[in-house]
Design a protein around this ligand. Structure first.
Ligand code: UN1
Length: 512
């Protein structure tokens, strides 16, 4: 048993409207004619509740309703759509504690990180409310007299949001809050590992939309397998944009399917994020940044620190101090505030971690500590692992979704940047240095090739205000802040002629 008694777990579920058996489809009404799948908590291997998956026929109804909801929603003025998103943020504030508890129960991250995840949802709602009055287009001077050129941004359609288990609610919100103010409707397919949080959030969104007199199918839900329901979404021309968060192979598959029909895509795939620790760094900052980046969410963030590239002159000291922190890591029930690390999401994740460590050893790396499974209450607990990696270790080119950190040495900054860039993924990166030249070189065109590059702070824990995403095999998509909203809208260029005659562009003569 975890620290929450059965009674308090029940009260969390009750507060969020989770029943023993829940339908997994929603588009104005709840449906779910498929198999009821139990959700097993990684905390203790016990079932929390079950969710009935949607069938292909269910999805047909859901998509049709979600598309029809779009036809109305796109005509609601954007600031009015923003009002609904403001209420969504307020409702999330009211349920923050319980929603965070459910996130921890369902996927295992610590309660403090779950609270941070719900806070991300709230933050992006606030951001989107402001955005609802700032969906600006530009005007351009025309080369023709008494003509004007402008661009407008129009709603796009249904956005299919396919999310991963590791941020079971925040990734939906980055997409949904933006999509909603942009006038799109959302069909959410959550990870099959975390459908309960999705049901809870959809119930909240429904209440908010209905209270504002809007069609609740604006926020629809389809729980089902990626290979069935996900593929139907990918192939369906009614889904204007597919925003997919998941693995590189998953993204390659989704990308091909959506591209085949010229649908729009946002891909947020794997990361293999490195921190460069300079000899001119503050080692306390380096240690804390790397430590949280590597063990936070038990190494299951796409932004988790997987590699640390340390200057040879501080390597021994850094490694010894990091090892001491690792040895002190309190692992266990994520709802207990004393613990910094909860379980991995399931047994398969534990097996994958062990296999990666075996591969590292076979390839010539040295395990410095950790990487053991812990027999705690039948849950999926492991100790975080530090691996000393020779240059070019093949397994260190892969993203293993677990707390395995590869330590590498460097001599010159050029070499460190080359090592950091020499992986197929390009999500997040960081340098810890007090040297202005080093920091500027790291951020320059010849520096980090990642979508996120930080100085004196770690690779994970991005704020919502910046655009989030990465290059190369990470997929190239951007979500959340800055101008990421543009991917959720249709840009239309308009030429308006008020001259009273027809004149062709480029000076072409029309003699008729
Ligand atoms: C993810 O792991 O899919 O930057 C998202 C971070 C979080 C989001 C991670 N804000 O670590």
């Amino acid at each position: 048993m975890h620290t929450m008694t059965e009674e308090s777990t029940r009260s969390v579920l009750r507060d969020l409207g989770i029943e023993d058996r829940n339908p997994g489809g929603f588009a104005g009404e709840w449906i779910g004619s498929g198999r009821a799948v139990p959700v097993i908590s990684p905390l203790d291997g016990e079932p929390l509740a079950s969710v009935a998956q949607v069938t292909g026929e269910d999805l047909e109804i859901l998509l049709d309703r979600c598309r029809r909801a779009f036809l109305g929603w796109r005509q609601v003025p954007a600031p009015k759509r923003g009002e609904a998103v403001r209420s969504l943020g307020e409702e999330l504030r009211a349920h923050k504690e319980n929603l965070a508890r459910l996130v921890s129960l369902e996927m295992g991250k610590t309660l403090r990180e779950s609270l941070g995840e719900v806070q991300e949802m709230i933050d992006v709602c606030d951001f989107a409310v402001g955005l609802s009055r700032q969906l600006y287009g530009l005007t351009m001077p025309s080369e023709r007299a008494q003509h004007r050129i402008q661009e407008q941004w129009h709603p796009l359609g249904v956005v299919g949001v396919i999310t991963a288990f590791n941020f079971p609610v925040a990734v939906w919100s980055w997409n949904a809050a933006l999509a909603l103010v942009c006038g799109d409707t959302v069909l959410w397919k959550p990870s099959s590992k975390t459908p309960l949080t999705a049901v809870a959030v959809t119930r909240i969104a429904r209440r908010v939309l209905e209270r504002h007199g809007h069609d609740p199918a604006v926020c629809s839900l389809a729980v089902g397998k990626g290979s069935e329901i996900g593929d139907l979404i990918n192939a369906d021309p009614r889904v204007a944009l597919v925003s997919y968060t998941g693995s590189v192979p998953g993204g390659r598959h989704v990308g091909r399917m959506v591209q085949e029909r010229f649908g729009r895509l946002i891909l947020e795939l794997g990361g293999n994020n490195a921190v460069i620790v300079s000899d001119k760094s503050d080692l306390d900052i380096a240690l804390r940044s790397v430590y949280f980046g590597a063990i936070g969410t038990s190494g299951q963030r796409c932004t988790s620190t997987r590699r640390v590239i340390v200057h040879e002159s501080v390597y021994d000291e850094f490694t010894a101090r990091l090892g001491a922190l690792y040895a002190r890591t309190s692992i266990g029930d994520p709802l207990d505030d004393a613990n910094l690390m909860g379980p991995l999401v399931d047994r398969k994740a534990v097996a994958t971690m062990i296999e990666a460590i075996e591969a590292a050893k076979a390839q010539g790396a040295r395990v410095l500590m950790g990487g053991e499974t812990l027999r705690l209450r039948g849950g999926c607990y492991v100790t975080p692992c530090l691996v000393e990696a020779p240059a070019g270790l093949p397994i260190a080119r892969e993203e293993t979704f677990a707390p395995v950190l590869y330590l590498m040495k460097y001599r010159t900054l050029e070499e460190a940047i080359a090592v950091q860039n020499a992986v197929p993924q390009g999500l997040s990166s960081a340098i810890i240095t007090n040297d202005l030249r080093e920091s500027e070189r790291f951020l320059s065109a010849a520096g980090s090739d990642c979508g996120i590059a930080n100085v004196n702070t770690g690779t994970s824990g991005a704020e919502i205000g910046g655009a989030f995403g990465g290059e190369k095999e990470t997929g190239g998509g951007r979500e959340s802040g800055s101008d990421a909203w543009k991917a959720y809208m249709r840009r239309q260029t308009n030429v308006l002629n008020f001259s009273g005659r027809i004149e062709l562009a480029q000076g072409i003569r029309l003699d008729v």
